[in-house]
Structure formats: structure tokens, C-alpha cells
Design a binder for this molecule. Structure first.
Ligand code: SF4
Length: 226
């Protein structure tokens, strides 16, 4: 079983259903305004605008956060009222696929009636494919934070996330592949944050127009400062 650091119960994603969200550690992205950077494994002092290289500090999440013990996790999963478990990262799919598979199988042993959702930043389509083929996950929630497919928006993208510009074309392929795999699964959903540092309306229009072709719903969420 992978290590989990936080858990929370919620009904807000899908009214009428009761969920438990389990959070692991690490993320491969570096996003402006990330809510849980220390658990994602990094931090920054100030986030520069229009630059590709903010001053990133690497952090060991275990120095800042205490793991939940297995009994706590098992007790939460055994709750008779639960319908769904959400496995959340900070990027859940960053972990080794065999450990992910073992974790989901263990969860299903503990509570066979639970449906499984994974929240992902989309950068691991090969793992999404593997989990789908093994029928281990019922659906995914995926962030489409930027219109990667249109190079015109790369300058704005550099305000929202730090990624070396040269890897963006490769990432676009992964994004489109992940969307293709996830779209149309029961309850799959796509989300985009309205980053206030992006003042360019066409940037969001581009995402809106792109997502109109999808079968699964897409929503814009307000940015929440922490
Ligand atoms: S993808 Fe999510 S968890 Fe990862 S850095 Fe961005 S906001 Fe944080």
C-alpha cells in the first residue's frame, strides 16, 4: 500500500454520493499557487511572471508531513456509507505502477463495494491505459490547465507552470492521449482553474472551445489563494 498523508470525507463532487479522498505525496509539475507544495515536494519564495525558471526549492515531504498509519486508512475505507474513494496526488500517477496496482487491489479487498477515481495532471497516459485495461479504476478527474496544443499560448503558460519550454511539444502528445483515454468513462470530468495572473481572455476561450468536443463534462473553477 502506498503511503497516505491526509484523508477527508466529502459529498461535494457528486451530490448523493459519499467519498473519501486519500492524498499521497510528490508531483512532477510546479504550478503557480499550488495549494500543497510541501507535500508535492517543492516550494518557491516568489513566483516570477513571464519567466521559465522560478527559484524552486526541492523539499522532502516526509520532513513536513506525517504519514497516516495503515489502521487509520483501513478504518476510513471500511465506512459503511462510503461509495467512492478518490486517489489524489499531489500527482497520484507519479508512483510506481505496480505499487499503484497493489494499493488499488488492497483497497478493493478492504471494501469491495467502493468505486475508484484517480485525480491526475494527465502526464502519465501509459499508466492510465494500464489501469483502464486492468479495469482497476472507474474514472478519472483531469486538469486541463493550459492550452498546450496551441504554441501561441506558451508565454502565458510560463506564468502558470514551470516546465522547460523544450519539453512542451512532447507533453502535448501526452495530454491529448490522456484526454482520449479518460473521456467518456462514467463520471470522468475535466477542470480548468481561472488563474488571475492570466488576463488574456482568448487563453480560456481556447480551452473552452477545445473541450466542447469532449463527451465528459468540463468546468472552470475559481482560483483559491492559500
Ligand atoms: S499539478 Fe497540482 S499538485 Fe502538482 S504542482 Fe500543479 S497544482 Fe500542485
Amino acid at each position: 500500500m502506498l503511503d497516505f498523508y491526509w484523508l477527508e470525507f466529502t459529498t461535494k463532487d457528486q451530490p448523493g454520493l459519499f467519498w473519501v479522498v486519500l492524498y499521497t505525496n510528490w508531483c512532477n509539475f510546479r504550478c503557480y499557487g499550488c495549494h500543497n507544495r510541501t507535500l508535492a515536494g517543492w516550494d518557491y519564495n516568489t513566483w516570477p511572471t513571464n519567466k521559465w525558471s522560478p527559484q524552486i526549492i526541492q523539499i522532502d515531504p516526509n520532513k513536513y508531513h506525517k504519514k497516516l498509519n495503515l489502521e487509520e486508512v483501513e478504518l476510513a475505507l471500511k465506512n459503511d456509507f462510503l461509495d467512492i474513494v478518490i486517489l489524489c496526488g499531489w500527482e497520484f500517477l507519479i508512483h510506481n505502477i505496480k505499487e499503484i496496482e497493489e494499493t488499488i487491489n488492497r483497497i478493493k479487498q478492504i471494501n469491495p463495494s467502493l468505486k475508484v477515481r484517480i485525480d491526475t495532471n494527465w502526464s502519465f497516459p501509459e499508466k492510465i491505459k494500464y489501469l483502464k485495461e486492468k479495469d482497476l479504476v472507474n474514472w478519472f478527474a483531469m486538469d486541463i490547465k493550459w492550452p498546450y496544443w496551441n504554441q501561441k499560448y506558451y508565454p502565458q503558460l510560463s506564468q502558470v507552470i514551470w516546465l522547460p519550454e523544450q519539453i512542451l511539444p512532447k507533453l502535448t502528445t501526452k495530454l491529448l492521449e490522456s484526454i482520449r483515454l479518460v473521456d467518456g468513462m462514467e463520471y470522468s470530468l475535466f477542470r480548468t482553474v481561472y488563474y488571475p495572473i492570466i488576463q488574456d481572455k482568448p487563453y480560456f476561450e481556447e480551452i473552452k472551445n477545445f473541450t466542447k468536443q469532449l463527451k465528459s463534462p468540463h468546468s472552470f473553477n475559481l482560483f483559491q489563494e492559500v
